[in-house]
Design a protein around this ligand. Structure first.
Ligand code: HEM
Length: 124
């Protein structure tokens, strides 16, 4: 598969996952009856799995890996925080967990754009 197709699929999934997360959080917060919806339960796992599969394929293509490249280690840690706080936010309808999940996501996005562990700060 062409590298730019891989990268844009990974990035596209990254944008979809956060839109879906924010949408689900607000929907469940204001209309909890939607919590029982099967599609909304399964879809995030499908998107997140694909996001990770494309991430691994990208690492292999550029021969750079977490634990040896600091910016990729930072992405994995940020992704774990996003998933952990995201799951807690949805489960407990917790607004603070929701904001921490969004902050973790913004951090990872900055790391993706700058290839730096200091994320968006490296633009200043
Ligand atoms: C919430 C999680 C993630 C988000 C939001 C995200 C976002 C992005 C975005 C937007 C890009 C394209 C950057 C550009 O415009 O050039 C990208 C590229 C990339 N991502 Fe991720 N990513 C995430 C997780 C991961 C993880 C866990 C890994 C690997 C362990 C990873 C590895 C890569 C690699 C290798 C590239 C290509 C870098 C390049 O060619 O410059 N990503 N990511």
């Amino acid at each position: 598969m062409d590298y730019s197709v891989l990268k844009h699929s990974h990035a596209g999934l990254a944008y979809l996952t956060v839109l879906l997360f924010a949408g689900r959080f607000m929907l469940f917060y204001f209309a909890p009856v939607w919590r029982r919806n099967k599609l909304l339960k399964v879809l995030p796992h499908v998107l997140d799995t694909l996001l990770l599969v494309f991430a691994i394929m990208l690492c292999i293509r550029i021969a750079q890996y977490p634990l040896t490249e600091a910016w990729l280690t930072a992405k994995v840690i940020g992704l774990l925080l996003y998933i952990g706080f995201g799951a807690a936010a949805i489960k407990r309808a917790s607004r603070s967990a929701f904001f921490i999940a969004l902050l973790s996501y913004a951090y990872v996005l900055g790391v993706a754009k700058t290839h730096s562990v200091v994320s968006w700060i490296s633009y200043f």
